[in-house]
Each structure stands twice: as structure tokens, then as C-alpha cells.
Design a protein around this ligand. Structure first.
Ligand code: UP5
Ligand code: MG
Length: 190
């Protein structure tokens, strides 16, 4: 992975802020490979791996899976992709994730996209998503909000101190949010 010297953008934001939706748009326009840490963990859980039960319990409680597990999945997906430009969506979620990713991969992100959205709006979106996600119930959603505030905000502060956070008002319609996203990925940043 180190030989690949990949370019990585971390995509962060609260549950339902639109990370997955906007990453799909970015992929179409800017040639990145989208890696959702949550999607990788759900696939690993469903594959019947030895970590399956632990992952399942963590997701149901909105807790953060230990970095070693998530990083292995991310590394494997990066190598399998054949690409060298990645959107890493929903990771790192806490300081442990962030420090371990830097230690293990030696990758430093180019910048961090932060989708900023109110909890009321995020809750509305998650409750109307209807994709059968076990964590899309009011009780777990509230736990996910709490973990975001208590843990992920610190990661944003860390990168903000390095001038790496690109904050976007994600409470607007999908197309409007993408206009702002394009401004960040546009020609001058390629
Ligand atoms: N929607 C999107 N944008 C909209 C807009 N602008 N206006 C109106 N509606 C909009 O969007 C959510 C819904 O809103 C969709 O129906 C969409 O159409 C609509 P989506 O793009 O899916 O939002 P996203 O931010 O991706 O929401 P998601 O629920 O995936 O965020 P989470 O961060 O909660 O979920 P994730 O999959 O990243 O993590 C789930 C769990 O996995 C975590 O709680 C944790 O337990 C575990 N996890 C780890 O332990 N470690 C990790 O590294 C990652 C995850
Ligand atoms: Mg998502």
C-alpha cells in the first residue's frame, strides 16, 4: 500500500448527513473509489467472519469498532480497487481510529470533507431511509449522534488545526450540496 502512495480524502459528518450520497456523486465526476467503512463492516459482519458478532453488537449500539478491524478492511479494499484515489467515508471516527490509520498505513489525508447538518434533519433522513439498517431506529440514532459529538468531533478538531477541513452546509437539497462539493474537488484542486 505504501508503494501505491494513494491520495486519500476522509469524508466525515453525522449519521445521515449525506456522506454516502455525495460520495456517489464525487465518484462519477472525479474518478475516486468510494470506500464506506460502515458498508465494509456490514459486509464483513454478513460474511460470517470471526468478528461478525462483535461488529454486529457495536453497530446496534452505535459504538465504534476497534481500528485494527476497520483498517484491515480498508487496506484490502484499497489494494483490490486498482485505483490510487480514495474517498474514505465514515472513518476515522475517533482518535484511536485516526492514530492507528496513520501508524499502520503511513497515509496522510489530502483533506477532510465535513458534511455539517442539524440533528433534526439527519434524524428525519434516517427515519425515512427504509433500507432495513438495524441502526436506523430512534434509540440507536440518538446513540450514534452522541458518539459523533463525543468522539468524531475531536478528529475534526485535529484536522481543523492543520487547516485540512473543508466544511459544507449539508442541510440543503442534494444538488445544492453537490455544487459546493464540486467547488472543492474542481480543477484547481486536482
Ligand atoms: N439524503 C442524503 N442527502 C440528502 C439531502 N441533501 N437532502 C435530503 N435527503 C438526503 O443519506 C441518508 C439518507 O438521507 C438517505 O436516504 C439519502 O437519500 C438522504 P446517506 O447519504 O446514506 O448519509 P450518510 O451520512 O452516509 O449516513 P449513514 O447512516 O451511512 O451514516 P453513519 O455515519 O451513521 O453510518 P456508517 O455506515 O458510516 O456507520 C454505521 C455504524 O458502523 C457506526 O455507527 C459504527 O457503529 C460502525 N462503524 C465503525 O464502528 N467504524 C467505522 O469506521 C465506520 C462505521
Ligand atoms: Mg453512509
Amino acid at each position: 500500500l505504501a508503494d501505491l502512495n494513494p491520495s486519500v480524502v476522509f469524508v466525515l459528518g453525522g449519521p445521515g448527513s449525506g456522506k454516502g450520497t455525495q460520495c456517489a456523486n464525487i465518484v462519477k465526476h472525479f474518478g475516486y473509489t468510494h470506500l464506506s467503512a460502515g458498508d465494509l463492516l456490514r459486509a464483513e459482519r454478513n460474511s460470517g467472519s470471526e468478528n461478525g458478532t462483535m461488529i454486529s453488537n457495536m453497530i446496534k449500539e452505535g459504538q465504534i469498532v476497534p481500528a485494527v478491524v476497520t483498517i484491515k478492511l480498508l487496506e484490502r479494499a484499497m489494494l483490490e480497487s486498482g485505483n490510487d484515489k480514495f474517498l474514505i467515508d465514515g472513518f476515522p471516527r475517533n482518535e484511536e481510529n485516526r492514530a492507528a490509520f496513520e501508524d499502520v498505513t503511513k497515509i496522510v489525508p489530502s483533506f477532510v470533507l465535513y458534511f455539517d447538518c442539524s440533528e433534526e434533519e439527519m434524524e428525519r433522513r434516517l427515519l425515512s431511509r427504509n433500507q432495513g439498517r438495524e441502526d436506523d431506529n430512534v434509540e440507536t440514532i440518538r446513540k450514534r449522534f452522541k458518539v459523533f459529538l463525543e468522539s468524531t468531533k475531536k478528529v475534526l478538531e485535529y484536522y481543523n488545526a492543520q487547516g485540512k477541513v473543508r466544511k459544507i452546509d449539508a442541510g440543503r437539497p442534494i444538488e445544492e450540496v453537490f455544487q459546493s462539493v464540486k467547488g472543492i474537488f474542481g480543477p484547481k484542486n486536482e
